[in-house]
Design a protein around this ligand. Structure first.
Ligand SMILES: Cc1cc2nc3c(=O)[nH]c(=O)nc-3n(C[C@H](O)[C@H](O)[C@H](O)COP(=O)(O)OP(=O)(O)OC[C@H]3O[C@@H](n4cnc5c(N)ncnc54)[C@H](O)[C@@H]3O)c2cc1C
Length: 421
């Protein structure tokens, strides 16, 4: 068979990156995936609980501005039959009122004192062209002004990052946040521009089973060994020994912190300390019933409770809500940064708007990789060294990059094109 001539590839991890890689290489190579969980998906896994759909991490929706990813992705799905296209309808829940997202375009809805302070801020921002921000707080103050910083950006981001924003490096920011100019903010306020008119204002969502459907579909027909955790990858005589089998190439899509300890036969000691000290956050996703509402995401800056957003997954597809759910209730995921006890969760829910009632929760230790100024360079060097021995890495925690699904797909597609050639 043609693919046998190109050799055997082992992929570690059946998340979005591993599945994309396998799909890219499956025609030319004999591909085996090892996955420690009992089903595919990694961070995008979902479970049915009491008939409703729980995104066990966040609430994944799909969209992309990358034409090549869109073309690649849609060959596996029937857009009309499998997905709904939904307008994003997100809001910021302030103490006194609900303001559409993004808040900087809806300052006209705030009281006149805040509006006047925002106008003063805009004048200051427009004339202050000199200083380059050196940290996240300076960036936010410089971009949006002190008024919005104090009202929303500071309290919201302190809950997400769980630290003083002056200690957050700007390295992670590029391409991750909207970067409106003063002119754009003013224009959008004068003209009451709705979120629906922005590039990322709509998304695709699976009609059934949420992002688990995406993972299951991509996994169909691939050679995946579930419940198989890889703890040793040994390089010997130009080949890789993984799980007692011999492979020509490895594509690692798990976590670089584990990877560095599991490689044998190559000397990667020089990277151990740098990799071990890479910072990150985890997420506790709390599955709840909440009051019915029209929103997609509800951002929660209030310091009365520790969670930072509600993802109204019950609004993404009606099949996400058990038929037995009362008509005035939907299901949703409430997100907390890092680990939080069951008691603390219940205490927080009791103080929150939309009257959430607890169903279950899951903590994922690794959800947000945090880059420092040297992270990209260090990982690039390691990748170049390993590639000489046919060992490749791609994925959110292999690359230590804040990838969305489409960017994780793009990275895997690019890597596999090189391998295929
Ligand atoms: C809270 C949150 C919300 C998000 N929302 C969105 C969204 O709405 N839209 C969007 O596009 N993106 C979203 N993302 C990003 C998205 O989750 C990621 O881009 C994507 O899931 C990354 O996939 P991955 O395959 O790189 O990594 P992972 O999903 O982490 O997959 C790694 C896989 O490898 C397996 N594995 C690891 N080590 C081993 C081992 N030693 N042996 C065997 N198996 C192993 C794991 O079990 C896992 O299945 C969100 C992320 C978070 C954290």
């Amino acid at each position: 068979m043609a693919h046998k001539q190109n050799g055997r590839i082992v992929i570690i991890g059946a998340g979005v990156s591993g599945l994309t890689s396998a799909r890219m290489l499956n025609d030319k190579y004999d591909v085996t995936i090892f996955e420690r969980a009992s089903k595919p998906g990694g961070l995008i896994k979902c479970e049915r609980i009491e008939g409703s759909l729980f995104h066990t991490c966040g609430g994944h929706v799909f969209n992309t501005k990358k034409q090549d990813v869109a073309k690649w992705f849609w060959q596996f799905f029937n857009q009309e039959n499998d997905f709904v296209k939904t307008d994003r309808n997100s809001v910021v829940q302030l103490e006194q009122k609900i303001v559409p997202y993004p808040i900087e375009n809806h300052v006209y809805m705030l009281d006149s004192e805040l509006q006047n302070r925002f106008i003063d801020d805009c004048l200051r921002i427009a004339t202050n062209k000199s200083v380059q921000p050196s940290d996240f707080e300076a960036f936010l103050r410089g971009r949006f002004g002190d008024t919005l910083y104090d009202l929303y950006f500071k309290p919201y981001n302190e809950k997400v990052w769980r630290c003083d924003l002056r200690n957050v490096s700007l390295a992670w920011l590029e391409g991750k946040l909207p970067m409106p100019t003063v002119q754009e903010m003013l224009f959008n306020n004068f003209n009451h521009v709705e979120e629906k008119q922005f590039v990322h204002s709509s998304f695709y969502y699976e009609k059934n089973n949420g992002s688990q459907f995406l993972a299951d579909s991509l996994a169909k027909g691939l050679n995946i060994r579930y419940d198989s955790e890889i703890q040793d990858m040994t390089y010997c005589d130009g080949k890789w020994q993984v799980n007692g089998e011999t492979f020509d190439k490895v594509i690692y899509c798990g976590n670089i912190k584990e990877m560095i300890k599991h490689i044998n036969g190559l000397n990667v000691n020089a990277y151990l300390n740098d990799v071990e000290s890479l910072p990150y956050h985890g997420t506790t996703s709390v599955f709840c019933e909440i009051e019915a509402n029209p929103y997609s995401w509800i951002y929660l800056p209030s310091d009365k409770y520790a969670c930072h957003r509600i993802i109204c997954t019950g609004n993404f597809s009606q099949t996400n809500n058990a038929p037995t759910l009362a008509g005035n209730r939907i299901t949703a995921t409430i997100e907390f940064t890092d680990a939080i006890s069951h008691e603390e969760i219940l205490a927080n829910l009791a103080k929150m708007p939309y009257h959430p009632t607890y169903i279950t929760h899951k903590f994922n230790q690794y959800t947000y990789p945090i880059q420092t100024n040297s992270t990209r360079q260090m990982i690039q060097r390691l990748k170049q060294e390993l590639a000489k021995s046919n060992f490749y890495m791609t994925g959110r925690f292999a690359d230590w990059e804040y990838y969305n699904m489409d960017v994780a797909m793009a990275a895997a597609i690019e890597l596999c094109k090189k391998i295929n050639n």
